[in-house]
Design a protein around this ligand. Structure first.
Ligand code: FMN
Length: 373
């Protein structure tokens, strides 16, 4: 495809194809992101919780691997104080699992979590600004967005509702990632513990497109050219795909994660708070099913991790935390450059198929010759 149905995102970001490889903390690597950028998409790195002093080396590595635009992504939650009652409830609820695995009891106290994107992260980015910076869980509370924009960065952020999308546009985002319920990984909803009814992508994208004037990037359940074509039909100017890239050899996904996606079906994931404290779409396990009823009262993100990580670390598949979305069965094991070429070709074919279809008649029989009387 040389020209896409909507070129606002490609023009905004300076890329050939409106395909963003999703930032995936712990799964994306410089090799993956650079391969996608070199193939004409936007490669992204999940940099959540990376110490700010490590950012300069990461930016240097990315610039050695590609001279195309790439995206660094951060979580944007504020400081999180432990809630002793939530901790007590979680300790009681997890005690049988700990006993089953012969683990020492869950921790009796939790350390507060600091702000995820601190002023020191901002300073490190301003010293060597990447073309694109994206955020998840809303935007940082300080003046990061105007300062990054002044430095020439384009800003993207996930929205899971129309209200979130409107707020992001008002705060200066250059494009908005509409994240549907189907999406793998954590939902980007701003509020911790809020009721989250979760719109599917087909309902969400056109409503966000109608509500904002910046380009909208559709994310969630898209893993081939048919999904990309559908996103354009819904009014999106681009797509963000995460699950589709997990099985690429360049990703850092564990063998268990790759195997879970390779065996995925439409029903093999479930949204859970039981690992991190925030809703995340993950490979469905016995632990996730057992915890489904109580997850609202667990310690807030990210303070559930210290309780769930010892269970994950046992290696027992019942406690596996492997993030992927509802379209996992469409993901294939192939190098990122091949995947990008296939997505572009498939999307072109799907769009051409739709483009050659005849428009339906608005009045049945309008083109029929008048019946002989
Ligand atoms: C393994 C995994 C990790 C993720 N980590 C992040 C992250 O660090 N930052 C972020 O903004 N989104 C993250 N996401 C969500 C993606 O940005 C995106 O919304 C999602 O992958 C789209 O749905 P799909 O997986 O069905 O393509 C992650 C998704 C997955 C599957």
């Amino acid at each position: 495809m040389s020209r896409w149905p909507d070129n606002r995102l490609t023009d905004l970001l300076g890329i050939a194809h409106p395909i963003v490889q999703a930032p995936m903390k712990g799964t994306t690597t410089p090799a993956l992101a650079a391969a996608v950028s070199n193939a004409g998409g936007l490669g992204s790195l999940g940099c959540a919780y990376l110490p700010p002093e490590d950012l300069a080396a990461l930016l240097g590595e990315m610039r050695r691997r590609t001279n195309r635009p790439f995206n660094l992504n951060f979580f944007a939650h504020g400081p999180v104080a432990p809630d002793p009652e939530a901790l007590d409830r979680a300790r009681a609820r997890l005690a049988p699992f700990y006993a089953e695995k012969n683990l020492d009891p869950p921790p009796e106290r939790l350390e507060p979590a600091p702000e995820a994107f601190a002023p020191s992260h901002l300073d490190a980015l301003l010293a060597d600004p990447p073309a694109v910076v994206s955020f998840h869980f809303g935007l940082p509370a300080h003046d990061a967005v105007p300062r990054l924009r002044e430095a020439g960065c384009r800003i993207l952020c996930s929205a899971t509702t129309v209200a979130e999308a409107r707020a992001l546009e008002a705060e200066g985002c250059n494009a908005i990632i509409a994240q549907g319920w189907e999406a793998g990984g954590h939902r980007g909803a701003f509020a911790v513990g809020a009721d989250d009814e979760g719109s599917g992508l087909f309902a969400l994208v056109p409503q966000i497109v109608d509500a904002v004037s910046v380009p909208v990037i559709a994310a969630g359940g898209i893993a081939d050219g048919r999904g990309i074509a559908a996103a354009f039909a819904l009014g999106a100017a681009g797509v963000q795909l995460g699950t589709a890239f997990i099985r690429c050899p360049e990703s850092a996904a564990s063998e268990a994660h790759r195997a879970a996606v390779a065996a995925a079906s439409d029903t093999s994931t479930r949204l859970t708070r039981a690992h991190s404290g925030r809703p995340a779409r993950s490979h469905r396990t016995r632990y996730i099913d057992a915890m489904a009823a109580e997850t609202r009262d667990l310690p807030h993100f990210p303070l559930m991790y210290p309780l769930s990580v010892p269970l994950q670390a046992t290696g027992d598949p019942d406690f596996q935390f492997s993030l992927y979305g509802q379209a996992g069965a469409l993901a294939r094991a192939e190098p990122a450059a091949d995947l990008m070429a296939r997505l572009v070709e498939e999307a072109g074919a799907a769009l051409a198929r739709l483009g050659t279809g005849r428009a339906p008649q608005t009045r049945p029989g309008a083109e029929e010759p008048a019946p002989a009387s």
